[in-house]
Ligand binder design. Sequence first.
Ligand code: ADP
Ligand code: MG
Length: 253
Amino acid sequence: MKPVLQAVRVRKRFGDHQALDGVDLSVEEGEVVVVIGPSGSGKSTLVRCLHQLTPIDGGAMYLDGELLGHAVHRGHLRPLSEAAITKQRRRMGMVFQQFHLFPHWTVLRNLTEAPVRVHGVAPAAARDRALALLERVGLGERANAYPRQLSGGQQQRVAIARALATDPRIMFFDEPTSALDPELVDEVLAVMRDLARSGMTMVVVTHEMAFAREVADRCVFMDRGRIVETGPPAQIFGAPRSPRLRAFLSRFT
Ligand code: ADP
Ligand code: MG
């Protein structure tokens, strides 16, 4: 089976800091990969690179077999234009720790803007789809609210619905519950669990270990810019092999 997403020996450096030091990752259709690891290990850099928000220094990434960020031209790699990269990015969805909703737009407009303006979807169709997505994340009644009228958990559910509105091939989540009050975390995780069960291909960076154990098909442990260990959650949490992973997990018990 061809992976939806593939990263091959990806490298990224900030100044003299090697944030990604040769990362290989392959994500199959419908697979949920949860990325764990200490702060500063490169988790955000990895998803930002995959989502084409940050250019890489080495290696290659593919979405449905198509080279991301570059094209092969007469046997040489050539960086794509910003416009071409933006086009590739539009096939992926991203949910950040901060919700990044447009504060002066209603929830509904936050969901319909990109499909209508960018993807050329007819306004009525975009509206129907947005309302169905809001229903799906439990916010069918709040289409006309403004972000500030919603709780953090509700805003993050809107952000998830917005990312889904453009029918992404894959969804990235970078610590989507880290900015939330503890009592609002579960409602967001519930939406993500539902999405995972529906067959969405997902890469999730999180410190929610119970969620990782339950929902991940595969867990990836990163440390110092590398994938140190990868495996099914039963192995990662039940029988961790590397001392660094064992040390990391001991902080959560
Ligand atoms: P994580 O998400 O695992 O906490 P990050 O990917 O955010 O880690 O960061 C990995 C390392 O790269 C950290 O040491 C961080 O300080 C550094 N880093 C990340 N982004 C930048 C940037 N834009 N400029 C400089 N250094 C950065
Ligand atoms: Mg991070």
